[in-house]
Design a protein around this ligand. Structure first.
Ligand SMILES: *Cc1c(COP(=O)(O)O)cnc(C)c1O
Length: 443
């Protein structure tokens, strides 16, 4: 990052520091990735100067001759990529995109059936009490079985009992492939709309590494910044199935975005989506998707071989959840912190039948999109697995106290000690030596 102003701005300096951190560390948060220089370039372009409320050919502001072309390109490329008849690329991000879909398909108080947050669902899938989706709608939630796979008997039972208007099939911390065909069969039994939220696995779907929801779901939503490797944003696709059920569905989704929930679209983001979509059509992208899953498998195998337990015993996708329950309840917080000190960042996560709590969970969620984008392969995954195993062994000898006050005091002290811990510091040196040999983005 260049600082062109004579006076070194504090923000520019912070961006340089963040760039340095991203290069030196190993990022294993499965929802994160790095964009190509081409996507990055258009994000800082003059396109963001322009207001373009409305849609191509039907704007509320003048001067959108070029912006219309940009948005049409983005829509056409996404349509081609997924073979869908209708696309909206304007959602500001995944969460408002899901709300827009619900807004288009339901009335307040109608029933929404989604996967529990604690079992790998997303907040916007009807998480009760604290979310919009869980308060504007009557939210009913399904979970997973002891083997961590979706309990389709429960999905069917709840669907028949509560007659949801919308069933959401999607996840953020579920290591297995989602069977959209089974979801659709249940949706048909109760005349519900099937919404597939593939935010996490879009890149895998494009690369043929994950079942496509397009033949089964009526509406498909995806963020654009995860495995898709585009800018922060989202896209909503209406499939042939959706258009067959309601030919006006595309227009309804458009209206739910604006005037329903949003104002002007972020045109620079739209341009970034157009570029990312074109890049996703390249054979190299398919290779990347294959490497993402191969790397996840290698990482899982490497950890399992060192006695690290995984939720469901492994992964079929880009992500896995380390299960620390055998070592003690609620150890996710301290292990995630220790990993960060050791140069590897991930996030704490609940495990099915969590014995800890959402804030002190017993799992760590990790994934391979970013390390794969950086050019790392299975050899590096084996090495990362070893580092993770060493950190876990080193930091789980101390149990998290049950008493809340003692717990806070323990974690405060644990963090203080971790920062200067010799073992963690030496792992960090090894991590940095390896990570700095890889760029942030590589084809
Ligand atoms: C990330 C994600 C979202 C929300 O996206 P934001 O851009 O963070 O609002 C929604 N659904 C799923 C399944 C996700 O993984």
């Amino acid at each position: 990052m260049q600082n062109k102003s004579p006076q070194r701005d504090e923000i520019v300096s912070l961006i340089t520091q963040e760039e340095d951190r991203q290069i030196k560390m190993i990022g294993l948060i499965p929802s994160e990735n790095a964009v190509s220089p081409e996507v990055s370039e258009v994000l800082s372009s003059c396109l963001s100067n322009k207001y373009a409320e409305g849609y191509p050919g039907k704007r509320y502001y003048e001067g959108n001759q070029i912006i219309d072309k940009v948005e049409n390109l983005a829509r056409d490329r996404v349509k081609e990529l997924f073979s869908v008849p209708y696309v909206n690329v304007q959602p500001y991000s995944g969460s408002p995109a899901n709300l827009a879909i619900y807004f288009a398909l339901m009335q307040p108080g109608d029933t929404l059936l989604g996967l529990k947050l604690a079992n790998g669902g997303h907040l916007t899938h009807g998480h009760p009490k604290v979310t919009g989706s869980g308060t504007f709608y009557n939210s009913v939630q399904y979970g997973v079985l002891a083997d961590a796979r979706i309990d389709f008997d429960e999905v069917r039972e709840l669907a028949h009992k509560h007659k949801p208007k919308v069933i959401v099939a999607g996840n953020t911390a579920y290591p297995f492939e989602l069977d959209f065909k089974k979801f659709r069969a249940i949706a048909d039994e109760v005349d519900a709309w099937l919404v597939a939220d593939i935010s996490h696995v879009t890149g895998l779907v494009i690369g043929g590494e994950h079942m496509s929801p397009v033949p089964f779901a009526h509406v498909v939503m995806s963020t654009t910044h995860k495995t898709f490797r585009g800018p922060r944003g989202a896209m909503i696709m209406v499939t042939d199935e959706g258009m067959a059920r309601d030919p006006k569905l595309g227009k309804k989704i458009d209206a739910a975005i604006i005037p329903g929930l949003q104002g002007g679209p972020h045109n620079a983001t739209t341009a970034g989506i157009a570029i990312a979509a074109a890049q996703a059509m390249r054979p190299e992208f398919t290779q990347y998707a294959k490497r993402v899953t191969a790397n996840a498998t290698a990482l899982a195998e490497g950890m399992l071989a060192r006695g690290v337990q995984l939720v469901g015993g492994g992964t079929e996708t880009h992500l896995m959840v380390i299960d620390l329950t055998r070592l003690g309840a609620g150890l996710g917080t301290q292990v995630a912190y220790a990993l960060d000190v050791a140069g590897i960042y991930a996030n704490k996560n609940t495990v099915p039948n969590e014995p800890g709590s959402p804030f002190y969970p017993s799992g760590i969620r990790i994934g391979t999109p970013l390390v794969t984008t950086r050019g790392m392969n299975t050899a590096e995954m084996k090495q990362i697995a070893e580092w993770i195993a060493r950190v876990i062994e080193h930091t789980t000898t101390e149990q998290l106290p049950k008493d809340l006050k003692a717990r806070r005091a323990f974690l405060k002290d644990f963090k203080k000690r971790a920062k200067t811990d010799k073992v963690l510091r030496s792992i960090r040196e090894e991590v940095e030596a390896m990570a700095t040999t890889f760029p942030l983005f590589k084809w």
